[in-house]
Design a binder for this molecule. Structure first.
Ligand code: AMP
Ligand code: GLY
Length: 429
């Protein structure tokens, strides 16, 4: 390929997911310039960062035009829902991620539920309400626990598992009447509580074509043993051997294929990641939600395992040429352990200096999420999830040993992390 054909690529976002994607861009033979907006200090080690917020749609479009960006990878859901990809495409710029019509599956849980029911895709029974009185009447005859969800985006906080009637009733009132999540909770979905182990299934979709990446498992709760409040994710590993080949075929047949076909049948040309959250119940896999972007921290263990250039896959998906790509995955296992600030997902300190090792091994990565630059080259904590410490190994135990050894070489005052990422899987081995 001649130099002319190399891509100037813009990664939108600033978390661990975007650091992973920017790292893949920097390593891609298809790319000659990588810019992240707004990026973070980890990304800035290898790539340019432009201080434009991920939700500043017109700012990003202007920047992409001015810098002759060829290809944009959109990390988070908010710009997707705000129509960033629509606006980029209108300006002739290729982008990976669905347009607003596709991102609506993440932006509205009731919209997704309707699609799931229409196409007979297994999911929990549910009803939705715009009116708290009707919702409370419904709860009077419901069984508990039950799940109350804000319909719209709520930064991962809009799902409450209510153990009893009173909690469910209070949650509904808070959401609809109290405006707990503003517009996002004017409508609530009340859903049957499903039991089992959760799995993240990521499909790279381009219209009716799709490629399913290996299963991964996130650890949502903040404390060991899956206790405490839900977070954005405290660690993940892939592949998740809970999903064997036969189960993956079932998931494809019952869930992924009808999802992709259903979305296409609704007239939506979806080009991006369809990340399906599944509960593996006694009666089989059931859909908890669709996300329309890569998971964070799942990206850290999915993208690092790809043998095929991730940029080549995403460009092909964006162009509608996904069927031309043969996606190969490495045999190694990957694990990411999130180093968080103690107190997350509630309040936590910021601005603590982080000590980082000078060198790290092959197949080891320290992905930045909530960090900022301080004086004299210092890196400071700046968020709840601070770093995603990632390692690949011949098996899950080796990946875990390497990731945890690397965690031990990183320090900041309020460092907190779960020591049991992958423990359930390892105890099955
Ligand atoms: P969601 O954003 O819909 O995936 O929900 C966030 C988290 O809440 C999920 O990852 C599950 O841990 C939990 N959750 C959501 N829906 C249900 C359900 N119907 N039954 C049990 N847990 C659920
Ligand atoms: N790790 C879950 C998410 O990205 O939504």
């Amino acid at each position: 390929m001649s130099d002319q054909a190399l891509l100037t690529t813009l990664v939108v976002g600033s978390g661990g997911r975007e650091h992973t994607l920017a790292t893949a861009c920097a390593a891609s033979p298809l790319v000659n310039r990588v810019i992240a907006a707004p990026g973070n200090p980890g990304i800035a080690l290898d790539c340019e960062c432009a201080s434009i917020a991920a939700d500043d749609i017109e700012g990003l479009v202007e920047f992409a035009k001015n810098e002759s960006v060829d290809f944009v990878i959109v990390g988070p859901e908010v710009p997707l829902c705000l129509g960033l990809v629509d606006r980029l495409n209108e300006n002739g710029i290729l982008a990976y991620g669905p347009k607003a019509d596709g991102a609506r599956f993440e932006g509205s849980k009731t919209y997704t539920k309707e699609l799931l029911l229409k196409y007979n895709i297994p999911t929990g029974a549910a009803a939705y309400f715009d009116d708290s009185e009707a919702a409370i009447e419904y709860l009077e005859t419901a069984s508990f626990p039950i799940v109350v969800k804000a319909d719209g985006l709520a930064a991962g906080k809009g799902v409450i598992i209510a153990e009893d009637y009173q909690t469910a009733r209070d949650t509904v009132s808070d959401m609809i009447d109290g405006g707990a999540f503003g517009e996002s909770s004017q409508r609530v979905l009340i859903e049957e509580c499903l039991f089992g182990e959760e799995t993240s299934i990521h499909a790279i979709v381009s219209g009716k074509d799709y490629v399913i990446l290996p299963a991964s498992q996130d650890h949502k709760q903040v404390y060991e043993g899956d206790k405490g409040p839900n977070t954005g994710g405290m660690g993940a590993y892939s592949p998740a051997d809970l999903i064997d080949e036969a189960m993956m075929e079932r998931i494809e047949r019952e869930i992924v294929k009808p999802s992709v076909e259903g979305i296409a049948a609704e007239g939506i040309d979806f080009r991006g990641t369809l990340f399906i959250g599944l509960m593996m119940t006694d009666s089989g896999p059931k859909v908890l939600e669709y996300n329309t972007r890569f998971g964070d921290p799942e990206t850290q263990v999915l993208i690092t395992r790809l043998e095929t250039d991730p940029v080549a896959i995403m460009v092909a998906a964006a162009k509608g040429e996904l069927s031309d790509v043969d996606v190969k995955v490495k045999n190694e296992y990957a694990m990411v352990v999130v180093l968080a600030s103690d107190g997350y997902p509630n309040s936590y300190p910021k601005g603590e200096e982080i000590s980082l090792p000078e060198n790290i091994g092959d197949n080891e990565y320290i992905f930045h999420a909530g960090t900022r630059s301080g004086e004299n080259g210092a890196i400071l904590t700046n968020g709840g999830r601070v770093l995603g410490v990632t390692a690949l190994g011949a098996d899950l135990q080796e990946a875990a040993d390497k990731a945890y050894a690397l965690c031990g070489k990183i320090d900041f005052k309020s460092r907190y992390f779960r020591r049991d990422i992958g423990a359930k899987e390892l105890s099955r081995a």
